[in-house]
Design a protein around this ligand. Structure first.
Ligand code: ATP
Length: 227
């Protein structure tokens, strides 16, 4: 369970998140939406402890997330996939996965291959030569190598063709179902994401303006007015 209790986050004088309280239960899959600058990335960074300047308390299963101590926070079960293709382009697919799992269980690679058969087919290929969608799958696979209880993803479908967007989102749903991993996904592809998440959160200028079932948000005729 991920819990934020009255979290405010700042960059110098700019307040990026204002007094956010929310609880995300084990096994939930949640979409986080909002315009550019709404505070979505900052929310994820706070979750993994990558943002130092916060007020309030963040816990994972009762354990406190310590701002600035990402390595330690990852060890209590948080996986974070930042925006962009975060793979080592000169290394093979399998080397990327094994490096990601070095501090955990490098043999878990076989489990990751079950979720991403394409990565097994390309295991010896240099990661930099994979397509954009495949690199995103690899970045996801690398995060899974730490066996996270909670996976935080920042716009994993950016720049991908619509059919690949669907595939990435479908795979995330499968990870959520089969491994019971809690998933929090920041997305600009709102409609496609609403189809796979159960719950939606909307941020506007650092404040929580919607938190409810995804179909409720999807039904709102003035969906975009919320943003
Ligand atoms: P986007 O969709 O563009 O990624 P976002 O909703 O993820 O936007 P954040 O990146 O969390 O929003 O930014 C929230 C606010 O904090 C914005 O006003 C942004 O300009 C500001 N901000 C983000 N990162 C920094 C930084 N490193 N230094 C100063 N201000 C920042």
């Amino acid at each position: 369970m991920l819990q934020l209790d009255r979290v405010t986050a700042r960059y110098d004088r700019l307040t990026a998140l204002k007094d956010i309280s929310l609880t995300i239960g084990q096994g939930e899959m949640v979409g986080v939406f909002g315009h550019n600058g709404a505070g979505k990335t900052t929310l994820l960074k706070c979750g993994v402890g990558a943002h130092k300047h916060i007020e309030g308390v963040i816990t994972v299963n009762g354990e406190r997330i310590i701002p600035g101590e990402v390595h330690r926070n990852v060890r209590i079960g948080i996986g974070f996939v930042p925006q962009g293709r975060n793979v080592f382009g000169d290394l093979s697919v399998e080397q990327n996965l094994k490096i990601a799992g070095l501090m955990h269980d490098p043999d878990y690679v076989s489990q990751v291959y079950k979720l991403f058969p394409i990565l097994e087919q390309r295991r010896r290929q240099r990661a930099g030569t994979l397509s954009g969608g495949q690199q995103q799958m690899l970045a996801l696979g690398m995060a899974l190598m730490t066996k996270p209880k909670i996976l935080l993803l920042d716009e994993p479908t950016t720049g991908l063709a619509p059919i690949i967007v669907k595939e990435v989102l479908r795979t995330l749903r499968e990870i959520n179902r089969t491994l019971s991993t809690t998933i929090v996904i920041v997305e600009q592809n709102v409609r496609a994401t609403l189809k796979v998440v159960q719950r939606a959160i909307v941020l506007k200028s650092g404040r929580l303006v919607f938190d409810g079932p995804s179909d409720e948000l999807g039904r709102q005729e003035d969906l975009w007015a919320l943003f």
